[in-house]
Ligand binder design. Sequence first.
Ligand code: 3VV
Length: 214
Amino acid sequence: MVGLSWAERIGVPESFALAGLEMDPARLPGGTGWGELAGELRGYLDALVGVDPPADLVSEMAEQLRSWRERLAAARVPERDQPWGHRVDLPARGQALAPHVEMLDRGDDWLEATVVFGRFHLGGHDAVHGGAVALLFDEVLGRFSDTHGRPAARTVSLDVAFRAVTPPERELRLRVWFEREHGRKRQLHGELRDGDVVCAEARALFIVLRPDQG
Ligand SMILES: CCCCCCCC/C=C\CCCCCCCC(=O)SCCNC(=O)CCNC(=O)[C@H](O)C(C)(C)COP(=O)(O)OP(=O)(O)OC[C@H]1O[C@@H](n2cnc3c(N)ncnc32)[C@H](O)[C@@H]1OP(=O)(O)O
């Protein structure tokens, strides 16, 4: 594959581009099929969490997963070359860790999106795990913090208030916005809603990396 360089692939100006990213998936790590694979993996994890399978199915699945793990060992690459988490053209950057987020609209300093947590993200008693809610905020606030030509930053603090149970398998609404930017510091806030109900609110501080910290 004649691939794009790291800077061409990852140094994209906008991680949440309104019109989509002008990149040919065939020239990105994972190629054209990666989005489908990541979606299938996400669906598999959600399905697995929701079953109590018979013993022969459990053994067969374990055997098949072992076989895939062994085949994948031969294809291991350095982090910069992996598609997982680096495909900003795909939902959740082509990984299954964070929930599926779809951007609805954005300005320079705000973004609106929908998000659906799968059963995989369940904590217990029909509530999404608080860590998964924090993960959502870190992912979206963190990515959005680096948009509009801003240099890369890292989260130094993330404060999440859980106001109501976050339900899985429902389309929720997420809004994030810049509260303040001064020097190397960026404060962003976020709000997760189920209809009119505020499920969680987040306040995060990002620090812009110095050139030697990238
Ligand atoms: C990464 C490449 C990936 C490539 C993929 C590309 C495609 C994908 C696109 C997009 C991916 C986005 C992925 C989602 C986003 C996820 C984001 C995360 O989860 S990041 C991981 C978790 N965070 C850490 O691991 C930080 C660990 N901490 C650090 O590394 C350092 O603290 C660092 C480098 C951030 C800053 O360290 P210093 O030594 O340069 O800075 P000092 O001097 O300590 O602090 C600067 C100022 O900030 C204040 N500060 C620091 N920590 C604070 C805190 N906890 N609360 C309040 N203030 C704090 C200090 O008081 C200081 O303020 P005064 O300038 O004196 O006014």
